[in-house]
Design a protein around this ligand. Structure first.
Ligand code: SAH
Ligand code: SF4
Ligand code: F3S
Length: 443
């Protein structure tokens, strides 16, 4: 496309880390076509909302944002293009334009290569929709425009084939496909050369990663990445309990630069509910994985996701979730109220737990989990963590924040910014809250 001036693009990102990485991919694609990204919405030529559909409140936030835009930009002289990309684009399709007239382009997660041409048409007054899902698109050749200084996100696979009965992701992201092993290891090496200190391998279900040509799985991949960049921390998310193999656990244990944190969503502690959720494992299998992980890595941090109030969940099922939390003792959890999603299997089951009761169960889960996390953090007193320095703390600029190997946020005084972003420091923990550790740098 011929460009006489540079256009400015403002992107707002919602949802999971895969969306964060997609925003970088979109920025990379647009940069090749003469667009530059801006943090200031008021001088943007186009605004894209990269959206999430996982729960109803994620979607209602976006509708509110679009209503706000239609009011805010009504009187603007220069025409502003508003586009919706990501999971809601896939789910709502052209209906988004009908619902919100201000929307002029709708582009699903596998169609981002079409954004430059669709934006060009939109500037000429023609609205456009592209929501085809692909069996092969991985954006392997696109160089994402990364803005974060320490950590780089890297999507190693896209889509999901699991069809958990409550989940919209297989519909908005399409079938599972893996990027090539070779291209990932090369990108990891080039990110290290650019100065990134931490790389997070991303996918909805990273441990079902498979490079068909080389016949390499996720354990092979993470092992090769760890060897390629011994000075860089490797993280990954999300892994599925069913696919958490002994070999993957062994590989994690045998490399110092693979971070000792696993996010292993359990969703429920009741076999009956897990079955209705189509999760493909039961409580016993899950607890077996936890024991194996802790046997090889006693100090690992384990986090999870929980859904409260799934259709048909009895008080007994709910108690089983609480007892599982007691048993596993997670360092952290994302806890949600069940939200019915159209077209999923669970949508056909009666959403029979009253809203109030869902909230009561959710709060009970949150209270217990906070208590457990607080206890775990309390025992951290006196421990020394190797912390990757990130940035000044929001509360007090004399204090800085970083993350431990176990992915805990650690706050420590750093007078005159003696240590800066990307440095490693050893921090001795003095006190803690349920979410944060506080300490002092020691030699
Ligand atoms: N692929 C990841 C996470 C996907 S979405 C995994 O399988 O773990 C992140 C979390 O959102 C899920 O783990 C689940 O706890 C929650 N979630 C997904 N669909 C939901 C729904 N319909 N209602 C409430 N929570 C949901
Ligand atoms: Fe959704 Fe299940 Fe796939 Fe995770 S594994 S994205 S919860 S269908
Ligand atoms: Fe949301 Fe889509 Fe991620 S539904 S959680 S943005 S894959």
């Amino acid at each position: 496309m011929e460009m006489t001036e540079t256009y400015k693009l403002y992107i707002e990102t919602y949802g999971c880390q895969m969306n964060l990485n997609d925003t970088e991919i979109v920025s990379g694609i647009m940069r090749e076509h003469g667009w530059e990204t801006t943090d200031n919405i008021d001088n943007a030529d186009a605004v894209l909302l990269n959206t999430c559909s996982v729960r109803e409140n994620a979607e209602s936030r976006i509708f509110k944002r679009l209503t706000h835009f239609s009011q805010k930009f009504k009187k603007r002289k220069n025409k502003l293009i508003v586009g919706v990309i990501g999971c809601m684009a896939e789910r709502f399709n052209e209906r988004l334009i009908d619902i919100q007239d201000i929307v002029s382009i709708v582009v699903g997660p596998d169609e981002y290569r079409k954004l430059p041409i669709l934006l060009e048409h939109a500037m000429g007054g023609v609205k456009g929709v592209a929501v085809e899902l692909s069996k092969v698109e991985t954006y392997e050749d696109i160089i994402p425009l990364r803005t974060d200084g320490v950590n780089a996100w890297l999507s190693i696979m896209r889509g999901c084939n699991n069809f958990c009965s409550y989940c919209v992701v297989p519909y908005t992201r399409g079938r599972e496909r893996s990027r090539s092993h070779t291209s990932i290891v090369e990108e990891v090496a080039s990110l290290a050369a650019k100065g990134f200190k931490e790389i997070t391998l991303l996918g909805q279900n990273v441990n079902s990663y498979h490079d068909k040509e080389l016949n390499k799985d996720f354990a092979d991949l993470i092992s090769d990445c760890a060897i390629a960049v011994p000075q860089v921390r490797i993280r990954y998310t999300t892994s599925h309990p069913r696919d958490m193999s002994d070999r993957l656990i062994e590989v994690m244990a045998s490399h110092d630069n693979i971070c000792k944190h696993i996010h292993l969503p359990v969703q429920s502690g009741s076999d009956r509910v897990l079955k209705m959720m189509n999760r493909g494992y039961n409580r016993e299998h899950y607890l077996g994985r936890i024991s194996k992980i802790r046997e090889l890595m006693p100090n690992i941090a384990i986090t999870t996701d929980i859904i409260a109030g799934f259709p048909g969940e009895t008080l007994e099922d709910h108690q089983l979730t609480l007892s599982l939390l007691q048993e596993v003792k997670y360092s952290g959890a994302f806890m949600f109220k069940y939200s019915p999603r159209e077209n999923t299997k669970a949508f056909d089951m009666p959403d029979d737990i009253p809203e109030e009761e869902k909230l009561r169960r959710l709060n009970e889960i949150i209270d217990l989990q906070n208590k457990i996390a607080k206890e775990i953090n309390h025992h951290e007193k006196g421990n020394i963590h190797r912390v990757l320095v990130e940035c000044p703390s929001k509360r007090n600029p004399e204090d800085w924040m970083g993350r431990s190997d176990t992915n805990k946020v650690v706050i420590f005084p750093n007078p005159d910014a003696k240590f800066s972003q990307g440095d490693y420091v050893n921090v001795k923990i003095k006190r803690s809250s349920s979410a944060t550790l506080f300490g002092e740098i020691v030699e």
